[in-house]
Design a protein. Structure first.
Length: 634
């Protein structure tokens, strides 16, 4: 059974008719309920799946919160399993998106954290560091690291910024609180059903805390990803209106709080510094672990979890799966560590690579190379740390021991070559916006969309409109009294909506709190063809000519910036699903159209000049050459 987040599939395969080979059911699970994506709203989640099918949900009700839903589904499965097959072991993978962005929180949870973080990140990181040392949770010689680059002193911030940034961390705390509640619900069921003592529970995180929002945090990460500049005056207004952390914000907290979350380590997610890769692991198994409440300091890697579970359960790795020979396990069981504090560590070396950031640990030594996604990769900028003396990785010793660095680089290259690390790609979020040219031919075709069925996934819609010219036409019938959504593309953060109200056709080009509402077009009874002819002119600028029944209604209207990355809501036809594109009709709920809609058609045109969204063939080939040239040996 698997519930919650499943981000083990290329975004471009997350749609009906896509390659499902990496979806949960095809990877061996009998049950799946959750979403196939890196992130989604906690209040109105999208990409939700029941097994291999999209979840048939129009709008989630007031009070809904996704992690509560995943937990309830998991408990339902366990209850059914206990009743129907009590002698058969189960495996449950419960993957909360918590606390991945966007940071959302239920009002009742958020209320408990008001004022909790007013002292600021400097004072609270010091307090957390001291508590960790007192509890023995971290190495005794782990030093107190300086602030990460770019993090300002809390005392230097204006009071308005302090209030906003403290609120960001309150949302984070409330979100973690919600995860604690749901873990408690699951454990309570296992206890009540007599299964807790003989159930192995492992609790961990997939990476260190995130620094994607920068020093000032971000209220709308969707906009930030496509170049929007943070509007601090708007942020303050939302704070005073009590809307921060609600469904129409898309928050990630400032990097000052990132470092608090990663105390005592430096840096953050996406880097192989300790702040990016060192995370907690809690193992609970009353029937099998006698040394309860104890700490272990031996090195355990994520690849060790499967071998350990095999050891605990007496299971073995199958020799083949679906006709393919299985590869040998990379990890090593740490089962003996759970009852023997003196058991030796099972590993002394490991390579790391993510978005060009590399690291290699050998014994007590570690080399790290950090890259910037806006620059060509630098293959030679290695740092060196002595983890035995400096577990917080504060002191770079590369200049002191150049021969050691050279030897460790050779070892890294050997591991990297054996594990398909090369060629290295240093791009960041741009990888999510771009498709290889060899896939574009099948994607960039005129598409017809119909009212029946669920929302059209964003992965299908985005390439057709992302920073390019396109023609969107809506074919529908209108009779007096008909109202409702013709189509809703995207959501509150960016999108395009067409709807009928008060005998007129309304079109809104949505960019979060800066929507552009076009002049309403009066309707006459009968068949209608609405045409939205958008021209992307470069530098994220564009304009549209709007026609109804071949008569131009508006010409060359400036609608900038261009749409780039459609949020996960995709496009709905004849109804407003989940988070409404516009506040203008949000109070109407689903706002289903009362007449007939024949089809919506999108005909993609030319990409904008010098667009960063989709590389030209020349740019793509140049990237391949650069990547290949980065490591001639591989």
């Amino acid at each position: 059974m698997a519930a919650g987040k499943w981000h083990n599939t290329y975004d471009r395969n997350n749609f009906p008719g896509g390659d499902t080979s990496s979806w949960p059911i095809q990877r061996g699970f009998d049950q799946f309920y959750g979403f196939l994506a890196p992130e989604t709203s906690y209040f109105q989640p999208d990409n939700m799946m029941e097994g291999n099918q999209p979840a048939n949900v129009l709008r989630y009700p007031p009070g809904y919160f996704a992690p509560d839903d995943y937990t309830s589904r998991a408990i339902d499965w366990l209850a059914q399993h206990k009743t129907c097959a009590p002698d058969k072991p189960f495996f449950l993978y419960l993957a909360f998106q918590t606390p991945h962005g966007p940071l959302h929180a239920k009002p009742q949870d958020l209320a408990r954290y008001k004022g909790r973080y007013d002292a600021g990140w400097d004072a609270l990181r010091r307090k957390r560091f001291d508590r960790q040392h007192s509890a023995g949770l971290t190495e005794a010689n782990a030093g107190f690291a300086p602030r990460n680059p770019g993090v300002p002193a809390w005392a230097d911030l204006p009071p308005d910024d302090q209030a906003l940034f403290a609120r960001y961390m309150e949302i984070y705390g409330a979100l973690i609180d919600n995860a604690d509640q749901n873990i408690g619900r699951l454990v309570a069921f296992l206890s009540a059903s007599g299964q807790l003592d003989n159930t192995v529970i492992m609790l961990t995180s997939d990476n260190g805390a995130n620094a994607v929002a920068g020093p000032a945090g971000v209220m709308n990460l969707v906009g930030r990803r496509v170049g929007a500049v943070e509007n601090m005056a708007l942020n303050q207004r939302l704070l005073h209106e009590g809307k921060v952390g609600g469904e129409d914000t898309y928050i990630c907290y400032p990097t000052g709080w990132t470092q608090v979350s990663n105390t005592p380590y430096r840096f953050f997610k996406r880097t192989p510094m300790a702040g990016g890769i060192r995370v907690p692991l809690v193992v609970h198994w009353p029937a099998g672990i006698a040394d309860r409440g104890a700490l272990r300091r031996q090195w355990v890697h994520v690849t060790d979890i499967l071998p350990t579970l095999l050891s605990f359960t007496g299971a073995s790795l199958p020799a083949d799966f679906k006709g393919y020979r299985t590869r040998a396990l990379d990890g090593r069981s740490f089962a003996d560590l759970c009852n023997d504090a003196a058991a030796p560590a099972k590993r002394d070396r490991q390579y790391y690579e993510l978005q060009g950031n590399r690291a290699y640990i050998s014994g007590t030594w570690k080399i790290v190379s950090l890259q910037s996604p806006d620059k060509a990769i630098d293959m030679h900028n290695w740092m060196l740390f002595d983890l035995a003396q400096d577990p917080a990785e504060i002191h770079d010793l590369a200049a002191t021991y150049p021969d050691l660095v050279a030897r460790l680089i050779e070892e890294f290259d050997a591991e990297a070559g054996a594990n398909y690390v090369y060629p290295i790609d240093v791009r960041d979020e741009r990888r999510n916006n771009q498709m290889p040219p060899y896939e574009l031919d099948r994607v960039l075709l005129p598409r017809d969309f119909y009212r029946l069925g669920q929302s059209i996934p964003a992965v299908v819609i985005s390439p057709l409109v992302a920073d390019r010219s396109y023609v969107l036409s809506a074919h529908f019938d209108w009779q007096p009294g008909n109202e409702g959504i013709i189509f809703a593309l995207g959501d509150r953060f960016c999108g395009l909506a067409l709807f009928v109200e008060d005998d007129a056709l309304h079109c809104i080009y949505q960019q979060w709190h800066n929507p552009k509402t076009l002049t309403p077009i009066p309707l006459s009874a009968g068949a209608q063809i609405f045409t939205f002819d958008y021209r992307a002119t470069g530098a994220r600028k564009g304009n549209a000519t709007v026609s109804l029944n071949d008569t131009v209604q508006l010409e060359g209207v400036d609608l900038s910036p261009t749409l780039v990355r459609i949020p996960s809501c995709g496009m709905s036809i004849g109804v407003s699903r989940r988070l409404a594109v516009s506040e203008r009709y949000e109070h109407r709920g689903a706002f289903e159209y009362g007449g007939q809609i024949a089809r919506i058609r999108i005909e993609p045109g030319a990409i904008a000049p010098d667009s960063l969204v989709e590389p030209s063939e020349e740019a793509y080939q140049a990237r391949l050459r650069a990547a290949a040239g980065a490591s001639p040996a591989h």
